[in-house]
Design a protein around this ligand. Structure first.
Ligand SMILES: Nc1nc2c(ncn2[C@@H]2O[C@H](COP(=O)(O)OP(=O)(O)OP(=O)(O)O)[C@@H](O)[C@H]2O)c(=O)[nH]1
Ligand SMILES: [Mg+2]
Ligand SMILES: [Zn+2]
Length: 302
């Protein structure tokens, strides 16, 4: 049989092959388990081949080729964790004020999505708490790069219709820090959905990590939405430091050439990127993020 992974907890996977056909499955044999690409061989959205015994237990025999996959580097395991596979859209979800708006986190998510061949958009939730002008101007920076940014409030309902329309027919994954409202949004978007949601830690202005496993959800419009656990950080990996500029599209079109070749765009005299930052053609906060990521990648290579 062929089915889709809905969720996996401790090596037991919910696989669906039809509206009423759900099977709890384990992975058969070692081949699939030892995927060199990541430490988890299967993620929500994966298509698998499986067999069900007379007693009803399922065994996954292989994974079909993926169209794409969104993954996150796990620092402790030093390996990729695949969050979702075969998706039309990654929504980087962030809140406008609490937990704090984190544009550099979003920039990293955009890179990770592009690495996995996943189209990405940004969703700013909790606009009922107000949107500061610096937040709005950072949103403009993304929009000028051609990235779609949606704003909404799961609480007040503002922007929810546009969001629903945008998601129609798509299989999309919601990804972001804990407490930004991913599960709350899904409860509003899918009638009858009752995912657990949680408050924020007062002391740290952070979410409480309420959702603890990724989960594919059916929607009335035929597409799917994937809820994921909030993450504290997202690391950029798998890019050579000298290739990093290619992941910042605004670096590609700056006027002039750097005097030194190759140029790290960090400090070289006559650097066209530094000049563009000075002239306001490149956003200084995005550039600051470039420097940080570049330094991380360089210390990784060493
Ligand atoms: N003011 C306001 N609060 C919201 C909004 N959306 C969600 N919240 C609240 O934010 C808190 C966290 O929401 P969750 O949906 O649990 O957040 P999450 O992103 O799923 O968090 P994790 O599962 O930990 O990753 C809850 O108390 C929600 O009621 C919103 O639009 N406005
Ligand atoms: Mg959640
Ligand atoms: Zn340069």
């Amino acid at each position: 049989m062929i089915g889709t992974i809905y969720r996996g907890i401790k090596n037991i996977y919910d696989v669906r092959s039809g509206p009423d056909e759900i099977h709890e499955c384990r992975i058969k044999g070692k081949k699939l388990k030892s995927d060199p690409d990541s430490y988890n061989p299967l993620a929500p959205g994966d298509r698998v081949e499986y067999e069900v015994s007379a007693s009803g237990t399922g065994l996954i025999t292989s994974r079909l080729d993926r169209n794409n996959r969104f993954a996150r580097w796990n620092r402790k395991k030093e390996s990729w964790q695949v969050i979702a596979a075969n998706i039309d859209l990654l929504l980087a979800v962030i809140s406008a004020k609490t937990p704090p708006f984190r544009p550099r986190f979003v920039d990293r998510v955009l890179i990770a999505a592009a690495q996995g061949d996943v189209p990405a958009s940004i969703l700013v939730n909790k606009i009922d708490q107000g949107v500061d002008s610096w937040v709005d101007s950072r949103i403009k920076v993304w929009e000028n790069l051609g990235i779609r940014v949606l704003k909404c409030s799961a609480e007040s309902g503002e922007g929810m219709e546009v969001l629903l329309k945008y998601l129609e027919k798509k299989t999309a994954v919601l990804f972001g820090p804990s407490g930004v409202g991913k599960s709350t949004l899904l409860n509003k978007l899918i009638p009858g959905m009752n995912l657990t949601t949680g408050g924020l830690s007062l002391k740290y202005d952070r979410g409480r990590h309420v959702t603890n496993f990724g989960r594919l959800l059916d929607t009335p419009w035929g597409g799917h939405l994937i809820d994921t656990p909030g993450v504290r950080e997202i690391l950029v990996r798998g890019i050579r430091p000298e290739d990093l500029p290619h992941w910042f599209p605004e670096f590609e079109n700056v006027p002039g050439k750097c005097s030194f070749q190759p140029c790290s765009h960090k400090h070289e005299p006559g650097c066209s990127i530094l000049k563009a930052v000075e002239d306001g053609l490149i956003d200084s906060d995005r550039y600051e993020n470039y420097l940080r990521i570049r330094n991380e990648l360089e210390s990784e290579v060493r």
